[in-house]
Write a protein that binds this ligand. Structure first.
Ligand code: PLP
Length: 455
């Protein structure tokens, strides 16, 4: 067996890690952790640490680690049929069963589900479907996509462009010109402190209307948004935001894509975030919670009005040329079936609602009045603590100080993993949906201690 030092050296010399400071990592100046196991809300590493994972990996291990039911389903599928493609009407029992289970859980008005591998590719699929749709409808100019600043939709060419965070654009020549960005529904960072929540919703709507007027509704195909902004800071929308946006989109015949990669399959205490906020999406993007990350799988869920046009398009033009070797991979599908059954049998959607509310209440009680906490916010099993230099003036820390990252490091020393969100000093929490109240208490206690240590 390799020693820890040997493995760490191979890691530095051979492994190109995603979203990592490459130079520092290669020189051994950046953190390295070799994860070896997991159970419930905890992971273990090769140095013998046992850590409470308050971010569920990358908000994806929704049922928690080490579930034997899913491991068994994956093993059974691998033995029976590890792979066959899904092109031209082929499929596996697992993929067909999962499709039916997803449609049973999807919001009203959805017609079919297309399986890929990641949140990014599911968004790429949805964008291509929107373009295809407008081409079939004879509207070749109607192609631009509106996304929000601080939205996160992946890091491919198109999805990285849709993402509205500097880190994912800088030095990559993104965004592409079919993508335009509008205001994020981030009330805490509203442009004028005197604005009420409903004034701010009016402001977001006015910004959207202005963008549509500038570009022309006949050039805009769709609006994409996460029900709750995730990587951009874990920001639930102000009350009334989604119905107001929906009204504008309907009036201009612009499709709505709900990016539910984080919120799909229970995280907000409802099966989908669209249900939670009364959104009426034409397409839904999901991944993470679909398999709880036990195997890679994504789902692009297509609404009836889009589906009807796609079907007509293939009648007129023949086979739709969109697919991957691994679309609807049987092992991912088997993991998905076992995962969705477990979510039901353990009542995890309900637990996300109740224990998530408990976590948010306790965090608010512990830190809501702290002079360096601007806001504690969340929804379901999502929570954020936004750190500020001056609470009353809503003045932020200089980004170069890395205040959020320092607090996250102080938490890690105490055995709890939170995430320093990439833009702003925001502590992010998205634990597995099976979190207990005792584990929520520990997260809050450790956060409070770490904030006290750093600030
Ligand atoms: N959409 C949202 C809302 C996400 O949070 C993410 C990933 O965090 C993605 C898309 C991209 O998913 P993936 O990393 O699986 O490509």
């Amino acid at each position: 067996m390799l020693t820890n030092d040997e493995l760490a050296r191979w890691d530095r010399e051979s492994f190109f890690h995603p979203s990592t400071h490459l130079g520092q990592f290669a020189r051994g100046e950046a953190p390295q952790r070799i994860v070896t196991g997991g159970e419930g809300c905890y992971i273990t590493d090769r140095d013998g640490n046992r850590l409470l994972d308050a971010f569920a990996g990358l908000y994806c291990v929704n049922v928690g680690y080490g579930r034997p039911e899913i491991a068994q389903a994956i093993a059974d599928q691998a033995h029976q049929l590890a792979y066959y493609h899904a092109y031209a009407g082929h499929g596996s029992e697992a993929a067909i069963t999962l499709a039916q289970m997803v449609m049973d859980r999807a919001p009203q008005g959805m017609a079919r589900v297309y399986f890929g591998l990641s949140g990014s590719d599911a968004n790429e699929t949805n964008i291509k479907l929107v373009w295809y749709y407008n081409n079939i409808l004879g509207r070749p100019k109607k192609k631009k996509i509106i996304s929000r600043w601080r939205g996160y939709h992946g890091s491919g060419l198109m999805t990285g462009s849709l993402t509205g965070l500097q880190l994912f654009h800088a030095k990559f020549d993104l965004p592409l010109d079919q993508v335009i960005h509008t205001e994020a529904p981030y009330y805490f960072r509203r442009p004028d402190a005197a604005m009420s929540e409903s004034d701010f919703v009016g402001h977001c709507v006015a910004q959207l209307e202005a963008l549509i007027a500038e570009h022309g509704a006949d050039t805009i195909a769709a609006f994409i948004g996460e029900p709750v902004l995730g990587t951009g800071g874990i920001v639930p929308p102000p009350a009334g935001y989604w119905p107001a946006i929906q009204e504008v989109l309907d009036r201009h015949d612009i499709l709505l894509i709900a990016d539910e990669v984080v919120t799909g399959f229970g995280r907000l205490g409802t099966m989908f975030g669209s249900d939670h906020y009364g959104m009426r999406p034409d397409l839904i993007t999901s991944a993470k919670g679909l398999t709880s990350a036990y195997a890679p799988l994504s789902a692009s869920i297509v609404g009836q009005r889009v589906w009807d046009v796609l079907a007509r398009g293939t009648d007129e033009n023949g086979v739709m040329g969109h697919g991957w070797t691994y679309s609807a991979h049987p092992i991912g599908a088997a993991a998905g079936v076992a995962n969705l059954k477990l979510i039901d049998s353990l009542g995890l959607v309900g637990n996300a609602g109740t224990v998530g509310a408990y976590l948010n209440d306790r965090m608010q009680a512990a830190l809501g009045d702290h002079p360096h906490v601007g806001e504690v916010r969340g929804e379901g099993m999502l929570c954020a603590v936004e750190l500020v230099a001056d609470r009353d003036a809503r003045r932020f820390f200089d980004a170069s100080e890395g205040t959020g990252a320092k607090v996250v490091a102080a938490m890690l020393k105490r055995g709890v993993i939170a995430r320093a969100m990439p833009q702003g000093d925001i502590l992010g929490f998205a634990p597995p949906l099976c979190l207990t109240r005792e584990e929520a208490d520990r997260i809050v206690a450790v956060t409070t201690e770490a904030v006290a240590e750093v600030l």
